[in-house]
Design a protein around this ligand. Sequence first.
Ligand SMILES: Nc1ncnc2c1ncn2[C@@H]1O[C@H](COP(=O)(O)OP(=O)(O)OP(=O)(O)O)[C@@H](O)[C@H]1O
Ligand SMILES: [Mg+2]
Length: 151
Amino acid sequence: MEGYVFNTETTEETLRLAGKLALLLSPGDVVTLEGDLGAGKTTFTKGIGAGLGITRTINSPTYTIVKEYMGEIPLYHMDVYRLENSDEDIGFQEYFDGPGITIIEWASFIKEFLPEHRLDITIQSKGDYQRVITLNPRGHHFDQICKELAR
Ligand SMILES: Nc1ncnc2c1ncn2[C@@H]1O[C@H](COP(=O)(O)OP(=O)(O)OP(=O)(O)O)[C@@H](O)[C@H]1O
Ligand SMILES: [Mg+2]
């Protein structure tokens, strides 16, 4: 797979990478996260939240689909795992158009609702602690962000 590839060897390294990414994101940005159970999608989201200065604990929103965290820039954390084989629209566009950053675990289950411009991230587990994190920017804005993050 093409893209910007980052290798992490600890949870903290993943948190740090996500924290750096958070500083490059803007209101209205959409980030998708793919990867097997336990790959580190929620961990990555925690890092984004910390980078945005959100102090509330970020947990997996499995039972609610979306959790909103207030901050200077709000964070909308979605886990759409339960929407597999469903075409339910929980009002995605309103989140994408809102003043926050949206991050979506298992985004492939809501492909038809995703905006064209977004940052697609895949986390692959290579053992207990090693992760290969691949960023695929969709659109110029996210290209720039990935270039900056890779510098
Ligand atoms: N390098 C690493 N990066 C991220 N997480 C790691 C790493 N090494 C170990 N871990 C651990 O892997 C687990 C990842 O769990 P997490 O809940 O983030 O996964 P997830 O992809 O959100 O899973 P789910 O599909 O169930 O939502 C955590 O316990 C984390 O501490
Ligand atoms: Mg999760």
